[in-house]
Unconditional design. Structure first.
Length: 361
């Protein structure tokens, strides 16, 4: 009757005490929150004058859950970085240690990763001494005062998770006087010059007055000289992503606005010539490179309106025709685009000639 309890300095109600005997007193704690401090929660028994008779540190929390979603990548085959998620609940309210372990699949001892938090709170970096052409087993162990949980084992080959630096020396230039096209060229990352790897590239571009890179749509296109890269994309979308550029270092963008500044970026996805041909990991985007399309030189007042309408109709019909050829006549697609490009150059020269004739007295 002379004793009382405090939890983190706050006195507990007398209703929570139970006398079990002449020298034994119990206290029941309900509706506890998870511990918010590394030292635990302080439960202290006091005498009537407030002096401390006994105390304990309580750790209130949950045992760890099995870590999930282990993903790894290797920068230029020189290292390995892995990330994971702590489980469905995540918060255990207790200090929880995560240990990433790995070993060669068929032989070798367990190794422990040492460099944690390199790519976020649940990540670890292995900087060197990695083997190629041999799969690794990788797993994560979580432990705290209430238990241990082990993730599923992930098996991977370093060659299947390689990523590189972005492509360098990205150049964007005009294609003669063609007002709706730009040519893009770039250099492969140095690591890809190794015979182990090929690459595929992806291009994204936006107009100057767009404040953000927003994915406006994906168009499946096959690129090859002199075929333009990318289908004719909607002009109202701020960003287009050109897929399937393939293992080449140049491409042509078509369907652009005349007299408009475009920003272009390129990224790379390497894949091993000897690996399992998995989807691969995309690099970061290159720094934006800007270029403008030529302005339209069509004259608004010097031509016969009916003639202009006929020319517009003719151009639309030709575009539709060559679009059909490109889509349906597979063996003639390059020929159709080549003829289309030649026709556009001729059309530009024709406009210049008519404008010069119209200016003569």
């Amino acid at each position: 009757e002379d004793l009382y309890w405090t939890l983190n300095g706050r006195r507990l109600p007398a209703a929570s005490y139970t006398t079990l005997g002449p020298s034994t007193l119990s206290v029941a704690l309900a509706h506890l929150n998870g511990s918010r401090q590394q030292s635990g929660d302080n439960l202290v028994c006091h005498s009537r004058d407030g002096s401390i008779l006994a105390g304990s540190c309580l750790y209130v929390g949950l045992p760890p859950e099995k870590p999930v979603n282990i993903t790894c990548w290797s920068k230029n085959m020189k290292d390995l970085t892995c990330k994971w998620a702590p489980g469905t609940e995540g918060e255990t309210f207790l200090h929880t240690n995560y240990t990433l372990k790995y070993k060669l699949r068929w032989y070798g001892r367990d190794n422990t990763c040492q460099e944690y938090h390199t790519a976020g709170p649940y990540s670890c970096h292995i900087p060197k001494d990695l083997a190629l052409f041999t799969p690794y087993e990788i797993w994560v162990e979580a432990s705290n005062r209430l238990g241990v949980a082990v993730s599923d084992v992930v098996m991977l080959d370093i060659l299947d998770v390689v990523t590189t630096d972005p492509p360098s020396d990205v150049h964007v230039s005009r294609v003669g006087d063609l007002e709706d096209q730009l040519s893009v060229r770039w250099s492969s990352p140095t690591a890809l010059k190794d015979f182990f790897f090929q690459a595929k590239y992806q291009i994204q571009y936006r107009v100057e007055d767009s404040s953000e890179w927003k994915v406006g749509g994906h168009r499946r296109c096959r690129c090859g000289t002199p075929q333009p890269c990318g289908c004719r994309c909607s002009r109202v979308l701020p960003l287009q992503v050109v897929d399937d550029v393939g293992n080449q270092t140049s491409c042509r963008l078509a369907g652009l606005r005349p007299g408009t500044v475009y920003f272009v970026q390129v990224r790379c996805n390497p894949f091993s010539s000897y690996g399992s041909k998995k989807a691969g990991i995309w690099s970061d985007w290159s720094n934006p490179t800007a270029a403008s399309t030529p302005r339209s030189e069509r004259s608004a007042g010097g031509c016969d309106p009916k003639g202009g309408e006929q020319n517009t109709t003719l151009r639309r019909e030709l575009k539709q025709f060559f679009g059909w050829v490109k889509k349906h006549a597979y063996g003639c697609s390059n020929l159709g685009i080549k003829l289309y490009d030649q026709w556009r150059v001729w059309l530009q020269k024709s406009h210049k000639t008519r404008n010069q004739v119209g200016k003569e007295p």
